[in-house]
Design a protein around this ligand. Structure first.
Ligand SMILES: Nc1ncnc2c1ncn2[C@@H]1O[C@H](COP(=O)(O)OP(=O)(O)OP(=O)(O)O)[C@@H](O)[C@H]1O
Length: 238
C-alpha cells in the first residue's frame, strides 16, 4: 500500500546502552528499520524490550550509543541538542499515557503553547475542533474528563502539523470506550492529514489498526507483521 511512498525514517544497527554505575543495560541491540511516509506502525513487546527507547530516538528525545538514524535528511544519531530541539519542534508530535496538560491554562492556551513556536500551525481552535472539543476551548483541564484531556493532548500534538505523531501508550490510562475514541482520532489524523504514526502499546488488539506491527524483544525487532487491511478502531474490543 505504501510501496511507492518515500521512506521517511531509516535506522541501521541502532544500539543504545545505558550505564548506571557498574551495570550496563542494552536497550537496543543493532536494530534496523525503515518507515514509509503515511504509515501507521504499532510497536508491541514486553516491558523493557526497548519500545520507548526506539520511539525516543525517532522523536529526537534521545540519541543512540551507535548506529545510524535519519528522518528524511535530518541525521538524528549524531545531531546536537540544538538540532534535535529544532527537529522536534518542526516535525514531531508526541502523545504520552498521561496527558501532561498544564492545569492553570485553558485548553486553547495549552494548544497555543505549541502553535506559538511552530512554523505553519493550525489555529488552536481548529485543532480543538478536529478532536471534537471546539466548544470547550475556554475550559481548564480539570473541567473535562480523562479521555477528553487525552484528545486535547492529541490536538496539541497535531496543531503544529507534524510529519510524525509518536504515541507512547496513548490509551493506557483510559477505559475501553474512551480508548477507542482516542485511537479512532489518531487513525483519522493518519488518514486525513497523511501524518506518519507510531503507537506503542501493550494491547495486542490495537495492532489490528496498523499497516505494520513491529514485535520487539530484547532490544531488537523479532518479527514484522503486515496487515492486509486496517481494522477501524470502532471495531476493536478488549
Ligand atoms: N534512563 C535509563 N537509564 C537506565 N536504563 C534505562 C533507561 N531508560 C531505559 N532503560 C532500560 O532500557 C531497557 C529498555 O527500556 P524501554 O523503556 O525502552 O522499554 P519498553 O519496551 O518501552 O518498556 P515498557 O513497556 O515497560 O515501557 C529497560 O531495561 C530499561 O530499564
Amino acid at each position: 500500500m505504501h510501496g511507492e511512498r518515500p521512506r521517511v525514517f531509516m535506522a541501521r544497527n541502532l544500539c543504545k546502552t545505558y550505564r548506571t554505575g557498574e551495570l550496563e543495560v542494552h536497550a537496543l541491540r543493532a536494530l534496523s528499520l525503515d518507515i514509509t511516509e503515511g504509515e501507521f506502525i504499532v510497536l508491541l513487546g514486553p516491558s523493557g524490550s526497548g519500545k520507548s527507547t526506539l520511539l525516543n530516538i525517532l522523536g529526537g528525545l534521545d540519541t543512540p550509543t551507535s548506529g545510524e538514524a535519519c528522518w528524511r535528511d535530518h541525521v538524528l544519531a549524531t545531531a546536537s541538542e540544538a538540532e534535535l530541539t529544532r527537529y522536534r519542534r518542526e516535525h514531531v508530535g508526541f502523545v504520552f499515557q498521561f496527558y501532561n496538560l498544564i492545569s492553570s491554562l485553558t485548553l486553547r492556551e495549552n494548544v497555543a503553547l505549541v502553535t506559538d513556536i511552530a512554523e505553519h500551525p493550525m489555529a488552536p481552535d481548529e485543532a480543538l475542533a478536529l478532536v471534537g472539543l471546539g466548544d470547550r476551548a475556554d475550559n481548564f483541564p480539570s473541567q473535562i474528563s480523562g479521555g477528553e484531556q487525552q484528545r486535547v493532548a492529541v490536538a496539541r500534538a497535531i496543531a503544529k502539523r507534524p510529519d510524525v505523531l509518536l504515541c507512547d501508550e496513548p490509551t493506557g490510562a483510559l477505559d475501553v470506550d474512551t480508548g477507542r475514541l482516542v485511537l479512532d482520532l489518531i487513525a483519522r489524523i493518519n488518514r486525513e492529514l497523511g501524518t506518519t504514526v507510531v503507537v506503542i502499546t501493550h494491547n495486542a488488539v490495537i495492532a489490528r489498526m496498523a499497516d505494520r506491527v513491529l514485535h520487539m524483544t530484547n532490544g531488537a525487532i523479532a518479527a514484522i507483521e503486515t496487515n492486509a487491511s486496517r481494522c477501524p478502531a470502532a471495531e476493536l474490543s478488549w
